[in-house]
Design a protein around this ligand. Structure first.
Ligand code: HEC
Length: 309
C-alpha cells in the first residue's frame, strides 16, 4: 500500500513538473505581428541586440552552445524556439519566466521585433506576416504618431502624441506614456509613467545628472504603456539633454596596468635593487655549493692518497 502511494506521489510530482515546462502565452497575444517587414536592416540590428542581451545564455544560434540552465534556454535556430509564433516569441522575451529575464523595460517594442527578425533568419521555411498600419482600438482607422522635444529652461522632455485620420488630426489624450534613455545595456527609464493631457502632451523631468556622449547627446525613446489600445507607436530621438562625457583613458594616469614610463623613479630604483639583492643571494648560495663540492673533491683525493700509501 505504501509503495503504491509513493509511486502515485512521484507520478503526480513528475506531471506537475511536466506542466511547469510548458509556457502558455495568452491567446490574444499569440497572433500579434510586427508592424514592419523584416529585412537585412532589422536582422542586423536584431543581431546586435541578441549578441548583447541574449547570447550569454542562448549561445550562438545553430551551435547549441547555450547555458546549462533548468529549464534549458535552448538554441534559437532549433524548433524549440522556432515553433513559437511571432506573437508568442515577442511575449516570452518581453515577459520572461524563471531564469529567462523580462526585457519589458530593457528593449523597446521595435527592438524586440528586431530580435525576433534576427532569430527568424535561422528558419528557412519562415514567411513573415506583418501589420502594415498601426491600428489602435481607441482611435480606429487612425495612424498614431508621437514626437519628443527638449525644453531646456525647465529641463524637461515634452512628448506629443496625435492620431491622423482621413478626417484630420486629433491629439491622443489620456494615454499612459513612458520614455527611456538608450544605454549600452538596455534602457534607463526617465521619470514615471505620465498620462497625455487634452492637447496630447506629457511632460517628463530630466534627471539631474544625465550623462550624454561627448556632445551631450542622448537617444530618447517614447512609447505607450498600453500598447494593445494605442498600438506600438514608438519614437527614438536624439536630444542634447545630457552632460558631456568623454571616454576616460585608462593609461592616462599612473596605474597598475600602465607603461613603465608612468612609474616614478623611486619605484624603478627599489624594484631594480630588490632584483639585484635576490640575485646576489642566489649567486652566493651557488658559490657556497661550489665550495662544498671542491672541498669534497679535495678530501676524497686526500683520503685515496692515504690509502695508497
Ligand atoms: C539569463 C539567461 C537568459 C538570457 C539573458 C536570455 N534568456 Fe531566453 N531563456 C532563458 C531560459 C532559462 C529560458 C527557458 C525558460 C522557461 O522555459 O521557463 C529561456 C526561454 C526563451 C524563449 C522561449 C523558448 C521556448 O521554449 O519557447 C525565447 C524565445 C527566448 N528565451 C529568447 C531570448 C531572447 C531573444 C533573449 C535576449 C533578448 C533572451 N532570451 C535572453 C534564459 C535566458
Amino acid at each position: 500500500m505504501r509503495k503504491i502511494l509513493a509511486i502515485l506521489i512521484i507520478l503526480q510530482l513528475l506531471s506537475v513538473n511536466m506542466k511547469a515546462q510548458e509556457w502558455v502565452v495568452p491567446d490574444d497575444r499569440k497572433g500579434r505581428l510586427s508592424t514592419f517587414p523584416f529585412d537585412d536592416n532589422t536582422r542586423s540590428s536584431g543581431q546586435k541586440i541578441y549578441n548583447l542581451n541574449c547570447m550569454s545564455c542562448h549561445g550562438t544560434p545553430g551551435k547549441s552552445n547555450y547555458l546549462n540552465l533548468v529549464p534549458p534556454p535552448g538554441d534559437p535556430a532549433t524548433d524549440k524556439i522556432q515553433h513559437n509564433s511571432d506573437g508568442e516569441m515577442f511575449y516570452k522575451v518581453q515577459s520572461g519566466r524563471g531564469q529567462m529575464p523580462s526585457f519589458r523595460s530593457v528593449l523597446t517594442s521595435d527592438e524586440l521585433w528586431q530580435v525576433v527578425s534576427y532569430i527568424r533568419s535561422f528558419n528557412k521555411s519562415y514567411k513573415q506576416q506583418f501589420r502594415a498600419v498601426i491600428s489602435s482600438s481607441a482611435y480606429p482607422g487612425a495612424t498614431i504618431n508621437m514626437t519628443l522635444a527638449l525644453n531646456e529652461p525647465d529641463s524637461t522632455f515634452i512628448l506629443t502624441a496625435w492620431a491622423d485620420r482621413e478626417t484630420g488630426r486629433v491629439p491622443v489624450t489620456d494615454a499612459g506614456v513612458r520614455i527611456f534613455i538608450h544605454r549600452t545595456f538596455g534602457h534607463q527609464a526617465v521619470d514615471e509613467e505620465k498620462i497625455t493631457d487634452k492637447t496630447g502632451k506629457a511632460v517628463f523631468k530630466i534627471p539631474l545628472k544625465l550623462n550624454g556622449d561627448s556632445l551631450g547627446n542622448v537617444t530618447v525613446s517614447a512609447r505607450f504603456v498600453d500598447e494593445d489600445t494605442f498600438g506600438t507607436a514608438s519614437k527614438d530621438t536624439v536630444l542634447a539633454a545630457g552632460i558631456r562625457t568623454y571616454p576616460v583613458s585608462l593609461v592616462k594616469e599612473r596605474a597598475m596596468w600602465n607603461k613603465a614610463s608612468k612609474a616614478p623613479l623611486w619605484i624603478m630604483l627599489s624594484y631594480i635593487l630588490g632584483v639585484l639583492i635576490a640575485w646576489s643571494f642566489i649567486i652566493i648560495v651557488l658559490l657556497k655549493i661550489r665550495d662544498i663540492y671542491i672541498t669534497g673533491k679535495y678530501i676524497e683525493s686526500a683520503e685515496s692518497e692515504k690509502q695508497n700509501n
